[in-house]
Ligand binder design. Structure first.
Ligand code: SF4
Length: 335
């Protein structure tokens, strides 16, 4: 029986361990490269990261390994995910970072890896089984789904100790394909299928509209949720053990990201800051308002000007190292 919260998340039988930690905001997201050969039309990677060999821990740019540990400590991480781009293009980074995290936080520190799948050979899966706990493949064609089936059979034959699942967006109108493949994956022992709401971003909006999709609230494409509900209903009685988990864009924003920011705000707030339930920190910035404050100042400048240089501004910001981006600025005296 599938259970749900309205337009947040939906699951059948259970959710993968990697997602459970994500829900608590305790999963560190390690972006290992912005390079990926797959070229999916809905790829959410921002243009500033796309195609570049950059590393981020959550939203923090990483240039030294120690910065990954700093971010893990800042959110009180219980696990990490390797994402990109295509992380398998950076096997050395996978090896070094996973060994470091397991050395520092212990073997129970849960690591999952996302991959487009084209580079995931049998030998690569064997190698990964010694480094990470969970592998999530993103198949997009019949051949790639078949490849996951063969990998699952190989994992079973070899007894590899790694959880194997699939992670794909639910594209409106393509639910029948998903039903077919979920049943097939269930029959070969794949552990889970993660279904994501199809999302849009400023850099994908035009293309998605041209393809006939309607763009909805919270970065979601309309129809994805309804298609997912139908898919879960159809596979509920025709599969035996596979977990199927649907995650909406609203859920990612309102729960996962907010929880992670809140944890970070609580653990990293400075003496003069207070944390807010939205996962922001608020602080008084004395003197002149920050450059560019007009962009996010919440009040009428004619009311604001008398306060400048006298009492300063109350700033709300994300709890990043730089306290950027800032979300709002208001005059202390204006309430
Ligand atoms: S496989 Fe993932 S990272 Fe690569 S293009 Fe597709 S959505 Fe983007």
């Amino acid at each position: 029986m599938a259970r749900s919260s309205p337009r947040l998340s939906l699951f059948l039988r259970g959710i993968p361990e990697g997602c459970r930690l994500c829900m608590r905001g305790s999963k560190l997201v390690i972006f290992l490269t912005g390079v990926c050969p797959e070229g999916c039309f809905y790829c959410p990677i921002s243009p500033s990261r796309m195609g570049r060999r950059l590393v981020f821990a959550d939203e923090e740019r990483v240039e030294k390994l120690s910065e990954i540990l700093e971010e893990a400590d800042a959110i009180g991480a219980e696990g990490a995910s390797f994402t990109g781009g295509e992380p398998l293009l950076e096997p050395r980074r996978i090896e070094v970072v996973s060994r470091m995290l397991k050395d520092v936080y212990g073997d129970e520190f849960h690591i999952h890896l996302y991959t487009g799948g084209s580079l995931l050979s049998r030998s690569m899966l064997r190698w990964l089984s010694r480094l990470v706990d969970e592998v999530r493949v993103h198949p997009r064609s019949r051949a790639q789904w078949e490849h996951v089936v063969r990998l699952a059979e190989y994992r079973g034959l070899e007894g590899l100790d790694v959880s194997l699942g699939v992670e794909v967006p639910v594209i409106p109108g393509r639910g029948d394909e998903l039903v077919y493949w979920i049943r097939r994956l269930d029959s070969v022992g794949v552990d889970f299928v993660n279904l994501n709401e199809l999302e849009w971003a400023p850099h994908t909006a035009t293309r998605l509209r041209e393809m006939g999709f309607r763009l909805g609230d919270h970065g979601a494409v309309e129809g994805s949720w309804e298609e997912a509900v139908r898919v879960l209903g159809e596979v509920a009685s025709s599969t035996r053990r596979i977990m199927v988990h649907y995650c909406s864009s609203l859920y990612k924003d309102r729960v996962q990201l907010r929880m992670r920011n809140y944890r970070k705000a609580l653990r990293s707030r400075r003496g003069y800051e207070v944390e807010e339930v939205e996962g922001l920190v608020a602080f008084l910035e004395p003197g002149r308002p920050p450059i560019g404050f007009e962009d996010y100042c919440s009040i009428d400048l004619s009311r604001c000007w008398p306060c400048i240089g006298v009492e300063g501004c109350i700033v709300e910001a994300y709890p990043s190292r730089s306290r950027l981006p800032r979300v709002s600025v208001r005059c202390r005296g204006s309430g």
